[in-house]
Structures are given as structure tokens and as C-alpha cells.
Design a protein around this ligand. Structure first.
Ligand code: PEP
Length: 254
């Protein structure tokens, strides 16, 4: 089954308005009409609409780094899926490891966020991954099974057409240590098999699974040529237009 590669740039808590617009312009000029890979950038909330306006009519989409699961209401500091849609977002990260470890997002909260994103018509990117301790204790697959099953519980394949997964080993995020292509492929294949047992092989065969964790222009090609790796979720290297564009090109199949 053909899966269009998808590359995301997670800007995290970096860049002010001027810096964000400069980066968006650089991307627009270089890959604004690139369609061999789906490209999504995830600026911080205050930059979402200005970046969307800068990228309007280009092939680059805009997504948010997180959302609050509830509807509008008395939730100071929170942002709803509907608000994200209204400022041009088509995608949202859910369950990023920094949300889980720094902000305490539980598997159940991640499931609620995933539901809110799906209900609003956003494309959720569900991030899963094990810590170094969990890997060293041979618990990688147990952790991933729990994260996937809680987040996706009660769902049917028909609800999940917009879903993208990102396997991001926590030990590789922002550390400069990336999983080898073989390590990443082993886990991606396992995830696809698990999704197949939950939702059927046809759904699993069409599901895109990004790899994230210190992806750079120099290691992206080795990762994307693995059978079950369908793109990259990029943190640090997405803040530099030339690096991010290099990764996008490396991830373009054919
Ligand atoms: C991320 O935050 O999702 C990430 C993969 O970061 P980095 O590329 O910097 O490791």
C-alpha cells in the first residue's frame, strides 16, 4: 500500500513572531509547492495564525503542538480544537513526550485529546515512545502497547482515517542520539502489527508512522528507506529552514 511520507516540524517553545515568519517564508520559498511529501509545521500558539497566513495557498500545512480536550469554558490558559481549526490548523500533536513528562499528560488525558481532535476534524499525530530506563529494562513493547491501547480504546478503524502515529523514543528526543534505522524499523513494524491486530491489516497497512528523535538531513534517508517508516517528526532541525528542507527532500520517495 502506498503511504505518502509526512514530515512535521515541531517548533516547541522557540521563535517569536518575527523569527517564526522568517522561518515560514524560508520554507515557503523552498518547498511551498513540494507535494511528494506532506509537510506540516507546529508553531507555538501565538504564531499559528500569522504562520498560517504566510503559508496560505502553499502545500505546507499548519498544526498545533497540543490542545485541551474540553469545549469552550472556564479553562484558563487552555485552547480548544475548535479554536485551532478557526486559525487554520489542520493537525495537532497529541501525547508528545514533553507533554507527558513535563506537563503530566496521562494516557487517559491523551485519549481525551485524541477524541477532541478527531471530533473537530483535525488530523491527530499520536506520539508514543519509551524512556531509556524502559528500553534498558526490555519494556519497550509493553509501554508502547499501553500507550496505543489506552489512546485508541473504544475506537473503530472507520473513526481513525485522519490518524497519524509518531514513534519517538524519549532517549532520542533532543539528545543527538538517534535510533539506528534497524532499531526504529523493528519498533515501527511491531507498532504496525499491533495496530493490525486491533483494527485489521488493511487499516494498519495504510497508517502512516513517523519516526522522531534527533532526525537530521544526514540520517533521514537511512530511516525513510525502512519499510515501515513513513516520515519524520523533527524538533531541533526544524528550526533551520535548510536543515528542515533537507529532511523533507530526503523523505520524498520516488
Ligand atoms: C520532537 O520533539 O518531537 C523531536 C523529535 O525533537 P528532536 O528532533 O530535537 O529530537
Amino acid at each position: 500500500m502506498t503511504r505518502i511520507p509526512i514530515v512535521g516540524g515541531n517548533w516547541k517553545k522557540h521563535l517569536d513572531l518575527q523569527g517564526g515568519l522568517g522561518l515560514a517564508s524560508g520554507l515557503r520559498n523552498r518547498i511551498g509547492s513540494h507535494r511528494a511529501t506532506q509537510v506540516v509545521v507546529y508553531p507555538p500558539y501565538p504564531l499559528l495564525h500569522p504562520v498560517f497566513a504566510k503559508l496560505r495557498d502553499s502545500a505546507i500545512r499548519v498544526g498545533a503542538q497540543d490542545l485541551h480536550p474540553g469545549p469552550e469554558g472556564a479553562y484558563t490558559g487552555a485552547v480548544s480544537a475548535k479554536m485551532l481549526r478557526s486559525v487554520g490548523c489542520t493537525s495537532v500533536l497529541v501525547g508528545h513526550s514533553e507533554r507527558r513528562s513535563v506537563f503530566g499528560d496521562s494516557d487517559h488525558l491523551v485519549a481525551e485529546k485524541l477524541s477532541a481532535a478527531l471530533d473537530a476534524g483535525l488530523d491527530p499525530v499520536l506520539c508514543v515512545g519509551e524512556t531509556l530506563d524502559e528500553r534498558q529494562a526490555s519494556r519497550t513493547f509493553e509501554v508502547l502497547a499501553r500507550q496505543l491501547e489506552v489512546a485508541l480504546s473504544g475506537r473503530r478503524a472507520a473513526d481513525l482515517g485522519r490518524l497519524v502515529l509518531a514513534y519517538e523514543p524519549v532517549w532520542a528526543i533532543g539528545t543527538g542520539v538517534t535510533a539506528t534505522p534497524e532499531q526504529a524499523q523493528e519498533v515501527h513494524a511491531w507498532i504496525r502489527g499491533r495496530i493490525g491486530s486491533l483494527f485489521g491489516p488493511a487499516f494498519a497497512g495504510g497508517l502512516r508512522i513517523q519516526y522522531g528523535g534527533s532526525v537530521k538531513p544526514g540520517n533521514a534517508a537511512g530511516l525513510i528507506t525502512q519499510a515501515d517508516i513513513d516520515g519524520a517528526l523533527v524538533g531541533g532541525a526544524s528550526l533551520d529552514a535548510a536543515s528542515f528542507v533537507g529532511i523533507v527532500h530526503a523523505c520524498s520517495r520516488g
